[in-house]
Design a protein around this ligand. Structure first.
Ligand SMILES: [Zn+2]
Length: 310
């Protein structure tokens, strides 16, 4: 695809989401969990074609057995053969475990294991892991619209504490917001050089294809990257993402049904590409109009079998 067409496609994607505006606290992926999560009530009519797919996927607490398959795209797909990330690892801890979203393609779990080590080398104590995917992927009940095929992970900008956290700490602990209140830069009281090094280490992992951060963070990275800037193209500005960053890895070679996203533009994204994000209309635009919920008809046919299996 030529660069102009790709830029147009990226801008169309941006426009589709722009109604979300920069109300970063409205799209908080780190809101509290629960110590006693209530099981969801059974659906009255689960086979109705109008049933939102998120209602079906949210009711599956176990993975679909068999070989790992990431099927479809990040915004319209599902996952078979998922594996869980252990809630406590040598250098990571899963947050909000009540959500049961610490599932992924085995390649994603391998990435977290590898990145936790690299982050330590970059001076970061350990990772606090937010949402990955549901046991069978698919859309989620919250407004989290991506993360559907087990290749995405949200990682908090708060370093891991030195102790193994209790269930209470994991469900209710709060994430640090590293963006200044005016949304135009990082907050110097919270942002540190280790944050830059953490993002550099993530972007340098060969499996990583894209990292989403708040535009204010991208601006800081552009300023602080120094001479080694080859990794910056993977880190892209997006709405929200002030308390966590979103890492996406490539479609695994053995997932033939996986739909890769458009690759980021090859530029470092530091020049005039950033201007859009700091316009008043982007920072304080109108609230988003809710989109109609995805049904199974909007997902690859294999996802129906995956979510309907016991
Ligand atoms: Zn995410």
């Amino acid at each position: 695809m030529c660069a102009a067409v790709r830029l147009l496609a990226v801008l169309m994607f941006v426009t589709a989401g722009s109604a979300v505006a920069q109300e970063k606290h409205l799209i908080d992926r780190t809101r509290p969990g629960s110590l006693n999560p209530e099981p969801l009530p059974p659906l009255q009519n689960p086979d109705a074609p109008s049933t939102p797919a998120k209602e079906l996927f949210a009711r599956k607490s176990t993975p679909f057995p068999g070989p790992p398959r990431s099927i479809g795209g990040d915004f319209d797909g599902c996952l078979a053969g998922a594996v869980p990330l252990p809630v406590t690892g040598p250098a990571w801890q899963v947050m909000r475990p009540s959500r049961n979203r610490n599932w992924g393609n085995p390649q994603l779990v391998r990435f977290v294991e590898r990145f936790a080590k690299d982050a330590k080398k970059a001076g970061w104590n350990g990772l606090l892991i937010g949402d990955m995917s549901q046991p069978r992927g698919g859309p989620m009940l919250s407004d989290h619209t991506s993360h559907q095929i087990g290749l995405d992970v949200d990682i908090w900008f708060t370093p891991m504490p030195d102790h193994v956290q209790s269930r209470e700490e994991r469900e209710f602990g709060s994430a640090s917001d590293v963006v200044a209140p005016d949304l135009r830069d990082v907050d110097p009281k919270v942002w540190t050089h280790s944050h830059t090094e953490l993002l550099r280490a993530a972007a340098q992992d060969p499996a990583v294809i894209r990292i989403l951060v708040n535009a204010a963070i991208k601006k800081a990275l552009c300023r602080e990257a120094g001479a080694d800037r080859a990794w910056l193209f993977k880190v892209r500005p997006w709405y929200g993402h002030a308390e966590h960053f979103h890492v996406q890895i490539a479609c695994p070679a053995d997932s033939g049904e996986c739909k890769p996203p458009l690759p980021p533009l090859p530029s470092d994204g530091c020049g005039h590409e950033l201007e859009f994000w700091f316009r008043e209309s982007t920072l304080h635009g109108p609230p988003s109009k809710p989109k109609p919920a995805l049904t199974l008809a909007g997902l690859p046919p294999a996802c129906k079998q995956i979510v309907k299996a016991p």
